[in-house]
Write a protein that binds this ligand. Structure first.
Ligand code: ADP
Length: 513
């Protein structure tokens, strides 16, 4: 055998093997086109990706893989021309399978020339990248959604801060007027009550916004301890007392749970009960009926149930009740107000206590029932019960330094504190606060954090170097992180605007004790 012939047969063998190799590839469609774009060869991958058998497609023009728009735009032939000009091109775009379905393709089209340099054919490699593109899109969507969510949370936190600021002086002024009601013409007494009630309501809505952002950011920390859930229910009913009385509602209670101690955050669990009681009061007509029960089952569970005979809830709205910003019925919310956050917060608080909450109603005007189930502690695990109401000391007059740059807040707070019998000096900047600290002695400093020429942290650390003074932060920020920062900076207490004056009095009582 001559050398030339054996070379030729080796070459033939290699070409054969290459053909088999190409044919067996499944992930890529690898095929040849003639100079006009008609399909000449077809591998297993091509059949798998595009759905045609070799018999069905060989001889047809590759334009049939393109969408109608691409064909109308002459894209197949343009791609051939470009590949001929540049040697090869890469492209990505939609392609059509035999069954008409569309997939996203990534292609390489290479021009193959004869010895004279004329394009004789093209090789084409196509990969189906639909899944990769979809997962890239999903990833991008996820990142965009997370960003949007964070922006929304930041916005809500900033919004609630801004909204709180003007409420503090308004509430302080209303409380001051209420405390001096005897000096007012009697015809104004109701107006003062209206102002106070509505400012408090506004504060409550803002708190809801802030609570929701804290919960969704996972920033809400529960301070768990054994608590008497029956007592919390009683207190929550007591808080709603005036609203119940105003609507002449008939509230019956049957708090028969024997195992009524629960590992819970007392403030948050009371918020759960209060929210549900508040809704029942809100959505029941004057003279209506509310039944509140607690009981145990065989499995040591504590059950709280509240049933009203109010406006009820359409059955198809029940699944959405616990979704933030969802209200059962737009016409209801127009009439009753609210942000649709109460139940979302309630559900998340119950979740955080590893409990469950359920809503039920037979429909509009059939009333509603809400049920909360929590694990009760085994008997004996609870602390000896203490009265949760803080004993009220008679206020001891204190020397107070009030540092607050918001003029109305400074004015209203200082007048109210003076009215409570304290001696108040006020400063509106860190500099004026430093001067006062250097010139006289104070028992307590009530201090805003953001001041025009610095921060309240600096004022408190300076004051604490001078005297063993107690420091109370008064801020519009109520996040757990803010509270921690204040504690770290030396503040002993943290009150969030608008200040609850009952809470402020309690803090001052403790300072003076
Ligand atoms: P909102 O602050 O708007 O009242 P909630 O989250 O507390 O928000 O309640 C969401 C919606 O669920 C309310 O707007 C109301 O339509 C419905 N709802 C809640 N409690 C009751 C109830 N006891 N009776 C009838 N509808 C209720």
């Amino acid at each position: 055998m001559s050398e030339g012939r054996s070379n030729k047969s080796a070459l033939h063998q290699t070409a054969e093997q290459f053909h088999i190799l190409v044919d067996s590839v499944e992930e890529y469609a690898i095929y040849m086109l003639d100079a006009t774009g008609n399909v000449v060869t077809w591998n297993t991958g091509a059949q798998k990706i595009k759905g045609y058998t070799a018999d069905e497609i060989i001889g047809k023009n590759f334009a049939c893989f393109y969408t109608a728009e691409d064909v109308a735009a002459d894209r197949p032939q343009r791609n051939l021309r470009e590949a001929a000009r540049q040697g090869h091109i890469r492209d990505q775009g939609p392609r059509i399978r035999k069954d008409g379905s569309i997939f996203q393709a990534e292609i390489v089209l290479t021009a193959l020339r004869d010895n004279a340099g004329n394009v004789r054919s093209y090789s084409k490699v196509t990969r189906d990248v639909t899944d990769q593109i979809r997962s890239r899109e999903l990833q991008a969507e996820k990142i965009a959604a997370e960003k949007a969510n964070k922006a929304k949370d930041d916005f809500l936190a900033a919004l609630s801060h801004e909204l709180r600021t003007p409420l503090t002086p308004a509430l302080a002024a209303a409380v001051y007027l209420e405390n001096n009601a005897s000096k007012l013409p009697s015809e104004f007494a109701d107006d003062v009550k209206i102002i106070k009630r509505n400012v408090q309501l506004q504060a409550r809505l803002i708190d809801d916004l802030l609570d929701l952002t804290r919960i969704t950011r996972g920033k809400l920390q529960l301070h768990l301890e054994p608590v008497d859930a029956n007592a919390l229910v009683r207190e929550a009913i007591e808080i709603a007392h005036s609203a119940i009385a105003a609507k002449k509602l008939n509230v019956s209670t049957e708090l028969t749970a024997k195992k009524h101690h629960i590992q819970a955050d007392p403030i948050r669990l009371q918020q759960v009960f209060w929210n549900l009681i508040n809704n029942a009061v809100k959505f029941t007509s004057p003279g209506g009926q509310i039944e509140i029960r607690t009981f145990n089952d065989d499995c040591l569970q504590f059950h709280f149930e509240i049933t009203d005979n109010g406006i009820g809830i359409e059955r198809d709205r029940l699944p959405f009740l616990f979704t933030p910003f969802e209200q059962a019925d737009p016409s209801v919310s127009r009439q009753f107000g609210g942000l649709g956050l109460g139940l979302a917060i309630t559900k998340r608080l119950v979740d955080l206590h590893n409990g469950t909450i359920q809503a039920d109603s037979r429909g509009r005007s059939f009333g509603a029932t809400f049920k909360v189930t929590l694990s009760a502690l085994p008997q004996g695990a609870q602390k000896p019960s203490t009265d949760s109401a803080v004993p009220k000391n008679t206020a001891k007059p204190l020397r107070i330094l009030l540092v607050e740059d918001h003029r109305d807040t400074r004015h209203a707070l200082s007048r109210l504190l003076t009215h409570f019998g304290h001696q108040v000096s006020a400063a509106d900047t860190t500099q004026s606060a430093f001067k006062l600290i250097a010139s006289r002695k104070f028992d307590v400093i009530l201090c805003d954090i953001g001041l025009p020429d610095g921060s309240g942290y600096a004022v408190v650390s300076q004051a604490k170097q001078e005297w063993p003074i107690k420091a109370v932060a008064i801020t519009g920020f109520g996040t757990d992180q803010d509270v921690r920062r204040c504690k770290a900076a030396g503040f002993d207490f943290h009150l969030v605007k608008p200040i609850d004056f009952h809470e402020l009095e309690q803090v001052l009582d403790q300072v003076g004790a």
